[in-house]
Each structure stands twice: as structure tokens, then as C-alpha cells.
Design a protein around this ligand. Sequence first.
Ligand code: ADP
Ligand code: MG
Length: 383
Amino acid sequence: MPAEIVRNKFIELFKEEPLLVRSPGRVNLIGEHTDYNMGFVLPAAIDKAIYFAISPRSDGVCKLFAVDMNDSYEFSVSELKKSGKQWPEYLIGVLDQLKKLGKNIEGFNCVFGGDIPLGAGLSSSAALEAGLAFSLNHLFNLGIDKLSLVKLAQKSENEFVGVNCGIMDQYINIFGAAKKVLKIDCRSLEYEYHPFTNDDLRIVLCNTMVTHSLASSEYNTRRAQCEAGVKILQQKYPSIKSLRDASMQALDESKADMDAVTYKRCKYVIEENERVTAACADLEKNDFVSFGCRMYQSHNGLSREYEVSCKELDFLVEQTENMDSVLGSRMMGGGFGGCTINLVKNDFVGEFKNRIQSSYKEKFGKDPLVYICKIEEGTHIIR
Ligand code: ADP
Ligand code: MG
């Protein structure tokens, strides 16, 4: 149990009983590349997490120990600077944001570690940031509300780590709930829960084990293409501020004014936003067959219209198409690598894993890691 390992290490190092906090990873069921178009996403917190064991100090010193790295780092709250290593930045960034909010921390001891795979797209980074922000808020009675915790965790990654991430990962980390998905409106930041209650199904992730260097430049290109599409749409409909506001009818009226690439990028985003809302209606009816179909449609759009997939992701999705016990499959995350997310009937999970692993190995000569997930609650205190 990672929680016990973390707690024991803390007691060994600091000889006292810590506050224990669990901070989960996440999946996104549907709604990809919709966040920066001010649309909808549908994430859920999962049963893989980073555990924090933490206690206050009063001498202005912060002592960190990363169990999974077997590495420590120490710094002073009065002097927040880059560590020169990777993992401490996610945590120092949180202190940096607290300081900017005028919240002063007197120092702390912290041991952390868990079972979220690193860099696989399950957002271990947000689990670090939001988990520490939550822990410190509790430990020092900072009185920061949940949405402000989310925003400061996101800003830690933006400003200190230097990754221009959206708000979804930190949002679901703090607001996640067991057996529920969270529909987030990326413009208003309003949210609603929808039930995800099917004990016969598992969420299974297949890791392509590839990351393409293309990802960040193509990401910027997609953002620019969406903005270009909005400019053209505004000529007929000035009230369209982002693709979130556009309908397929409006897009088709402007089709003659835009090039074919811009058109298909916009088409994907408009349809994906509609799919998120429709997928929530499926969940309210407990209709996982329809929900799964929308996942396949999402993948099709991402692959053919938005063109952010790759041969490995497409292969993993295609492999599931003739498996009756797989209800849905699509690439998850920014694209060009990372994981696919699959809805798989419980009693087929073992066979699914074997078949996917052997066909992928045969095709690409790589072993894809497979993660089986359940939806769990967001960051909370264990004790
Ligand atoms: P993702 O968020 O998809 O998992 P990122 O690249 O955004 O991937 O974040 C991964 C980084 O977060 C790791 O390289 C590491 O620096 C840090 N990290 C994540 N989990 C841990 C952990 N358990 N222990 C130490 N550092 C971690
Ligand atoms: Mg991350």
C-alpha cells in the first residue's frame, strides 16, 4: 500500500505522526482539445494517487522526500528558486503561488509517493500540485476555497514549471467524486456531476509508450487554426467568441470562406462539444452503449479531422473495434502518443489486456502498459 509506505517513511525520517492526504490521478472520458476552445470536458478522478504525509515546521524550512525517486530536497520559504531538478518544481511552484496570494507558510516536512504512472497522461503533475496545495491549506488553516486551490495549482504549473496547461487536471483532482464524472465548462468554470455507475465496466488505459516531439508545435498550430476559424465565423456571426459558441449550421454557412483544413478543425471541435453534452445525457440514462459509441466518434474526429492521433493510437483503437465487450475506445490527451481510454466489460478485462499487449508487441515491437481504473473521489484527508 503506497499510503502506508509513505507514512512509514515519514515516521522514520521525522519521528512524528503526519497528516495523510490522498491526491488522485485522472482520466478524461470525452471532450478533447475542447478546453482552449472554451468548451466542455468530462474527466474523473481515479484509484491511482499520490499520497502526502506532512507536518508543520516553524523555522521556515521545507523538507521534501520523494519516495518514488528516493530523493530529497530542502529549501527555505523565504527563498523560492528553481531546484535544478525536475520533481521539486511542481511543489515549490505551489509555495510560490501561496506567497503571491499573501499566504505565508512557516515551513513543513513532507514525504510523498504513489502509483500514478509518471508522464503517461494521468496527470501525476496536477496530483502533486493540487495535493500539496490542499494539504497546506488544511495544515495551516489558510481558508482557501476549492476553486481557488484549483487555480493556484494550475498557475504553479504555468508559472513555475513553465507548462502552459489548462485547468481540467487540477479541477478534477480537487472536485472529483466516487462513481461520478465531472462536466466542466471551461469558459465559466461551472461544473456538474453525472453518474458513472456501472460495476460491470472498467476503464482501461493502454499506453502506446510513445511521445512524439511533434506534440507541442502541433498543439500551437491547432490553437491558431481554431482562432482563424473563429475570425471567419465572426464575419457572419459577430457574437461567436470561441468555437464553443458556434453551431454546425453556422460553420457550414461559412464553409466557402475558409480553407478545407480550417473547416475540418472547426468541425471536430464543434461536434466534440456537442458529444460531451450528449454523453452526459447517456450517463443520466445509464446508456453505456451509446456513451461508448461517442468515444469512437471522438477518436475518429481526432484522428481524421483534427489530425492529432498517430499510428500507434489508431492501431490500439482499431484493435478493439471487433471486441463486443469493449463499448468505447479513443485516444486520451493532447495526442501523438500517450494512452487510449477504453470502456471494457469486467469479465473481459484479462483477455483484453492479453490480446492488446500481444498484437501491439507484434506490430510495434513494444510492450504497452495497461492500467485498470475505477472512479474514486478527489483529493481528501485520509487521517
Ligand atoms: P503527467 O502529468 O501526465 O503524469 P507530466 O510530465 O506533466 O506528466 O508530469 C510528470 C512529472 O511529475 C515527473 O517527471 C516528475 O517530475 C513529477 N512527478 C510525478 N509523480 C511523481 C512522484 N510520484 N514522485 C516524484 N515526482 C513525480
Ligand atoms: Mg501533467
